[in-house]
Design a protein around this ligand. Structure first.
Ligand code: PRP
Ligand code: MG
Length: 181
């Protein structure tokens, strides 16, 4: 069942066919971010299960996870930790390689960004194959984080990312789903 809030979020997302390549429908959240009401709704929906819970850090995945994660951190009075593509962070890092549709990439975070046992919520805009989020989860576990949840606005369930994270014992929260790519 689609709720009113879900319909509002779906309507705020722009769908761009054949981007970045033929056959792919790109779900563009810039229109949601630019819509004051939809942006607030998305953040409110993502945070409400955790209101009143002490969350030490929000870990946001570059790039769109930074925008959502910053707003969520403010709302929950948590710190924010960036998980970045390699080579962007200035201090000592922990790094992990992960698979993309074509080839591999690496992401990293500062070694001193988290203390073991800190409660962390992982945030990104979208989960597709789950390769990106899985790598982020592995990094966070390596740092000894207590991962409370992984939150995304959009799930593409056919691509299996949610199941991949759940198999790692991660509680996954998503707001809306789209079929196919
Ligand atoms: C997109 C999206 C997620 C990731 C999901 O990011 O923002 O981070 O792909 O895909 P997956 O579940 O199959 O791993 P992208 O790699 O395009 O980078 P960007 O956010 O920096 O633009
Ligand atoms: Mg991304």
């Amino acid at each position: 069942m689609t709720t009113t809030v879900q319909s509002e979020l779906i309507a705020a997302i722009r769908n761009i066919p054949d981007y970045p390549k033929p056959g792919v429908m790109f779900r563009d959240i810039t229109t949601l971010l630019g819509n004051p009401r939809a942006f607030r709704r998305a953040i409110d929906e993502l945070v409400h299960p955790y209101a009143g819970t002490k969350i030490d850090k929000i870990a946001g995945i570059e790039a769109r996870g930074f925008i959502l994660g910053g707003a969520i951190a403010h709302q929950l009075s948590s710190g924010f930790v960036p998980i970045r593509k390699k080579g962007k962070l200035p201090h000592d890092t922990v790094r992990i390689a992960y698979s993309l549709e074509y080839g591999v990439d690496e992401m990293e975070m500062h070694k001193d960004a988290l203390k073991p046992g800190e409660k962390v919520i992982l945030v990104d805009d979208l989960i597709a194959t789950g390769g990106t989020a899985e790598a982020a989860v592995k990094l966070l576990k390596q740092m000894g984080a207590d991962i409370v949840a992984a939150c995304f606005v959009i799930d593409l369930p056919e691509l299996g990312g949610r199941k991949k994270l759940e198999a790692l014992g991660v509680n996954v929260r998503t707001l809306i789903e789209f079929d196919g790519h």
